[in-house]
Write a protein that binds this ligand. Structure first.
Ligand code: ATP
Ligand code: MG
Length: 225
């Protein structure tokens, strides 16, 4: 079984996240994917961070209105049930322990997040336990596919391990002992949660940026004002 793990602060979830996961699901024929909101993101300032339960609810609403995701995407509260900072290594170990032994895990993340993974707790262990699917993030590096591949390669060799090399046969970076790293060229959507929080704060519309139900929830609860 091929399982995708897509974690983030999701403060709030937006159409960039949704489109990305939809395309990755199709492109990699994943059997199942989990959207995993971080309870206490170790790397983010806590100002403007809305309650994890509200962020979780917005993800539920978004998935429920997205036919392409409804069947194979589950919203996971695993990080909300843990105390302390939400470390991805703990989440990956959790899924390893509950999924069938022959499952293959894919950690899905934007290029911006991937290029700082050497600041994450136990990141070297992560590369032993899970494959990675890196997706482009407008504003990080350039939009050019080759520039992105170069930046991933340089980063892998410099910060993770010299042993990573691109395999044209497998269309990913492979390593003799570690898990592969794929780059998946989803159509870039230039949306960020930061932009949404700013727009809401300025009283501007976020209609085309989040699903209608999420927009409604933000309004009703008076979030990000
Ligand atoms: P913020 O602006 O608060 O950092 P964000 O939009 O970056 O929010 P996160 O919750 O930080 O959202 O991101 C979760 C994951 O989704 C990260 O791996 C990030 O790179 C990825 N991601 C976020 N927005 C996009 C997008 N528009 N396209 C592709 N990947 C994205
Ligand atoms: Mg971010």
């Amino acid at each position: 079984m091929h399982v995708g793990l897509f974690g983030g602060t999701f403060n709030p979830i937006h159409n960039g996240h949704l489109k990305a996961i939809e395309e990755v699901l199709k492109g990699f024929s994943l059997d199942k994917s989990y959207l995993i909101p971080s309870a206490l993101p170790p790397h983010k300032e806590q100002r403007n961070l809305v309650d994890a339960k509200d962020r979780m609810e917005m993800i539920r609403l978004a998935v429920a209105t997205c036919p392409a995701l409804m069947e194979s995407v589950t919203v996971s509260d695993v990080e909300l049930r843990r105390k302390g900072p939400s470390y991805t290594i703990d989440t990956v170990c959790h899924f390893k322990s509950i999924l069938p032994k022959d499952s293959r895990l894919y950690l899905i993340l934007g290029l911006d997040a991937f290029l700082e993974i050497d600041t994450w707790k136990s990141y070297t262990d992560l590369f032993m336990l899970t494959s990675f699917i890196v997706i482009p993030r407008p504003g990080t590096v350039s939009a050019d596919r080759f520039a992105i591949l170069r930046s991933i390669e340089n980063y892998l060799k410099k910060s993770i391990s010299h042993g990573y090399n691109y395999s044209f046969a497998q269309s990913c970076y492979i390593h003799p002992d570690k898990q592969p790293v794929f780059f998946f060229d989803v159509s870039p959507i230039d949306i960020s949660s930061t932009k949404i929080r700013k727009l809401v704060n300025q009283g501007m519309s976020i209609k085309s940026l989040v699903p209608g139900k999420v927009e409604e929830f933000i309004k009703t609860k008076g979030l990000y004002l």
